[in-house]
Design a protein around this ligand. Sequence first.
Ligand code: SF4
Length: 408
Amino acid sequence: MSTTPIAASKKVNLRRPGIMEAVQQQVEQHYRSVVVEKLRASGNVLSAAGLTVRLAKQFGFCYGVERAIDLAYSARKVFKDKKIYILGEIIHNPEVNEQIGRMGIKSLAGPNSEASPDDVTADDVVIVPAFGAEVDTMSRLQAIGCQLVDTTCGDVLSVWKRVTQYASEQITSIIHGKAWHEETKATSSRALAKGPGHYLVVYDLAETDYVCNYIRHGGSKEEFLKKFEGAHSPDFDPDRDLQCIGLANQTTMLRSETEDVQRRLRQAILDRYGEKELVQRFRFFDTICGATQERQDALDQLLAQPLDLMIVVGGYNSSNTSHLVEMSEGRHPTYFIKSASMIASDKLIRHYSLKFQKEIETENWMPVGRSAAIGVTAGASCPNNLIEETIRRLFELRGVSLEGLLAS
Ligand code: SF4
């Protein structure tokens, strides 16, 4: 990429009338499901031939994902003759990403990248996905002078605001998230955006406890930095930078775990510095997004019902979807599938294992010859047409056509 002076991206209204009608039509054609809408309208339960499918009350596309997809489709219509790139994946769903690729939008990063950031020129358009991008990446694109279509979700922007605020008060941001996830990388970079700032990303409760122990008793700085390699700001010093901390999180984490992370770190600061200094040394702000919360709450309700098993539909690299799988795994046999094509028969299913980080096969996964209740949910990046195909496939295995069933 070139290093010309930074220029603001030109403002273009992508959501103007005429364009948006055409976008809506195309988006509905690609991802809408009349079957899912009917199911929603009739209490989210469908039964036939001894099979009951219970759909969570909230599932699938969130407002941030819908907006990002609308803007990407709209960019294709408005900038008809321009090269359009996207920073990685628009969202974490293979079906949606393939569709975006078929529209001639080329990915600049990730496993399926078809172009390099060095290919971008001032004449091109670059779409920033819903999880945002790192400060350096945005500066480089602005320096090139290309047209930016920024689809960063408002809920992600709220987290950035919080982290930027912590940095301005010399408070270290402790981010509960996945250090390798695009959103967390983008959030971490905000801690360094306006001069000296610090951040540390904690992934789970075990890492949180390690940090808490360091806050209470100190320890080996070398060991600390090795353990959190790639998850802290460049000159991080745990002896200096854990004295005043402010919490934030990736928007799609498991709420119960995030609350635990907050509680444990608060207690560690309290134990080390006492009640009087708590207000100065510990800040927190709940940055789980509303859509993630609604999907987790709806799954909790669904899991409380009698079920033989659960199916979670979504992209394997989708953070919010994996958390739905984690919630479900502790309660019922759970199968995480990217599409209905993973259901080979009532004897065999291919599904993603979070434990082994790969697809595995399970035999005799579905009750046969007796009644069965199956729960279905999907992450915030999963379109309704994939949910429909899954439900259709489940009833097919019992010899029932979904159309016939919904018409009756
Ligand atoms: S999951 Fe939440 S933060 Fe992410 S795009 Fe959807 S609404 Fe925005």
